[in-house]
Write a protein that binds this ligand. Structure first.
Ligand SMILES: *[C@@H]1O[C@H](CO)[C@@H](O)[C@H](O)[C@H]1NC(C)=O
Ligand SMILES: *[C@@H]1O[C@H](CO)[C@@H](O)[C@H](O)[C@H]1NC(C)=O
Ligand SMILES: *[C@@H]1O[C@H](CO)[C@@H](O)[C@H](O)[C@H]1NC(C)=O
Ligand SMILES: *[C@@H]1O[C@H](CO)[C@@H](O)[C@H](O)[C@H]1NC(C)=O
Length: 287
């Protein structure tokens, strides 16, 4: 048996080495998704609004060291109408260091991408940053709403008959849990369910925690109505609203997931065609 020892050692070293690489990569794997800038609401350079925006974005990077959600208001200067409202939120499952990295990247990218917009939003897969000259706290905002699907060559849905139904009930459970969360700083839930065999479907939902339970539930139920026309029949789907978001996939994409997922954004005026095999579940889904 002694000849096994070097092999076992090698396996251990390999596992350790691979583990360290994954850990090291972890913080770098921030996935930019989408942004939107107001083009009809802009501010001129060298205004109080511009310096308030700068103060806001700078504060985000440092606050993100200890918070996964933050909303604030800056009204420095004496001019009226220069007040800026801002918010950031990290995905509920990511670690503090990664949250901070994400907010740092997102604030830099949005400052470059939307140089004179009064209102803007940016999504990474791991976090979101938004600001406006109107107060949007405790308000359900549902536009813009980018949508994504994912595809893996290797996966196939083997239980098509019950897939839509299982996905819908799992998402509904997750929505109920996120909405009634007692944590004032987090309205978030993940759920997974077996589709039979070795195939699981994973779901994740989140609201900005400034929403009431009722508003969180409304927002996510509105997202649910988008799923049949965008993302059913794919390996994964993701719909992002400013106030809430929903993701699902046949591959685990949250927490300690180690398989990279490629998300493809759907073209803007996308009108999906419901797949006939899902027709029967659409009625109950849309209730
Ligand atoms: C700016 O455009 C958006 C979207 O087209 C519209 O909803 C909004 O009312 C406009 N705002 C102003 C101040 O014109
Ligand atoms: C803005 O302020 C800077 C520094 O005070 C100045 O150099 C620049 O010319 C100003 N830009 C405009 C458009 O007023
Ligand atoms: C953050 O949002 C809450 C909920 O709407 C609001 O009551 C609070 O004033 C906001 N905080 C700041 C600093 O604007
Ligand atoms: C935000 O800015 C737009 C255009 O610059 C202006 O029409 C609107 O009244 C402002 N909103 C608030 C709440 O001040």
């Amino acid at each position: 048996m002694s000849f096994l020892k070097p092999i076992l050692l090698q396996i251990c070293l390999f596992l350790f080495f691979k583990f360290s690489i994954d850990e090291a990569n972890d913080n770098n794997q921030l996935e930019y998704l989408s942004h939107s800038c107001s083009t009809n609401k802009t501010f001129p350079p060298n205004t109080t609004y511009e310096s308030n925006l700068h103060t806001l974005l700078t504060s985000f990077s440092s606050v993100a060291a200890t918070a996964e959600f933050y909303n604030t208001t800056f009204s420095g200067g004496d001019a009226t109408g220069e007040t800026i409202y801002g918010m950031f939120m990290c995905r509920g499952d990511i670690k503090s260091q990664k949250c901070q990295n994400c907010i740092e990247m997102a604030t830099q990218k949005i400052a470059l991408s939307c140089p004179n917009s009064k209102e803007a939003i940016i999504w990474y897969h791991e976090c979101m940053v938004r600001y406006s000259n109107r107060s949007f706290f405790s308000t359900v905002d549902e536009w813009p709403r980018p949508k994504y699907i994912s595809h893996h060559e290797t996966s196939s849905i083997t239980t098509e008959g019950s897939y839509g139904w299982l996905l819908a009930t799992t998402l509904n459970d997750a929505i109920a849990e996120a909405a009634k969360s007692a944590n004032a700083n987090k309205k978030f839930a993940t759920k997974h369910v077996s589709l039979g065999g070795f195939q699981n479907v994973y779901t994740l939902v989140q609201c900005t925690p400034d929403l009431s339970s009722q508003d969180c539930s409304k927002c996510l139920n509105d997202v649910m109505k988008d799923i049949p026309i965008c993302c059913l029949g794919t390996d994964g789907g993701m719909v992002l609203y400013p106030s809430c978001n929903l993701m699902f996939g046949l591959h685990r994409f949250y927490s300690d997931a180690n398989l990279p997922i490629n998300w493809y954004q759907l073209p803007k005026p996308f009108v999906g065609k419901p797949l006939s095999e899902y027709d029967s579940i659409l009625a109950s889904w849309l209730q």
